[in-house]
Ligand binder design. Sequence first.
Ligand SMILES: CC(C)(COP(=O)(O)OP(=O)(O)OC[C@H]1O[C@@H](n2cnc3c(N)ncnc32)[C@H](O)[C@@H]1OP(=O)(O)O)[C@@H](O)C(=O)NCCC(=O)NCCS
Length: 257
Amino acid sequence: MTDVKIRPVTQADFDEWMRMRLALWDEEPAVMLIAEMKDMLENPLTPVFVAERGNGKLGGFLEGGVRRYAEGCDTSPVAYVEGWYVDPDLRSQRIGRRLMEAMESWAREHGFAELASDTWLENEISQKAHLALGFEECERIITYRKVLGPPKSPAPLGLSLQEWTARIHAFVRSKGWYEPESPRPQTPRNLAISLSLEANEVLEHFQWHDQPQNQDELASELADVALYLLQLASVTKIDLEQAILKKLEMNMERSWD
Ligand SMILES: CC(C)(COP(=O)(O)OP(=O)(O)OC[C@H]1O[C@@H](n2cnc3c(N)ncnc32)[C@H](O)[C@@H]1OP(=O)(O)O)[C@@H](O)C(=O)NCCC(=O)NCCS
């Protein structure tokens, strides 16, 4: 397909990139996928190339990186293909090949002598594609894990309100809820109702109690309120940060008694 353009990813691609990452790594927690994307956008050694469709949407991506060691390679560090994906409707049209060529050019320009990659044993198409693109198979490895106990709470992501909002849109879009025939139309009215319902669910935690009885469940309700609040502000084109600042300033001037 000639009108598909291969180019480096930008912040504006976040929603579409996230959609494709969710399709490739459907078992990974979304919060981890988001944290990785933020890191990749900021790190010059994690190039990401995307295939842009003629209609402005994306149709594939390749995420690259640099590893200190890669199985079967003679050099260190090594440029590495960390993720490679093409939307089903665009497959077998050489988009994957063009994404890989972009990564190869990046690796050469950055002085790497080898490009490494991996795939799953059962992913025969990916294996064939790698071989067709000039990779040679080096090793087959077995991976292990040992559970060490419950994880500590994840470190805060440090995202801005705008970044959170972009991630909410990516999630809603990935579920198809922005589509015209969606069973959950994301209209301002529906979002306002949802916001209010979730706020009422917060109250449930205090019925007959002055203190919350379950901290985790309360946290989950507050998160629902925050998510709907950010989405409602966004779809009604309200800059929530500015609105909060303005409100705080007004409150500073105001007296209550
Ligand atoms: C692997 C993947 C990225 C390839 O993308 P693609 O755009 O379909 O690949 P291309 O059309 O550029 O094909 C490149 C080569 O791969 C081989 N190939 C691609 N699809 C193939 C298929 N279904 N069967 C056999 N070989 C295939 C061809 O030899 C092709 O060479 P050619 O250009 O000389 O015909 C795509 O199939 C995909 O997204 N798969 C699901 C996600 C995945 O498995 N990613 C890889 C994880 S490591």
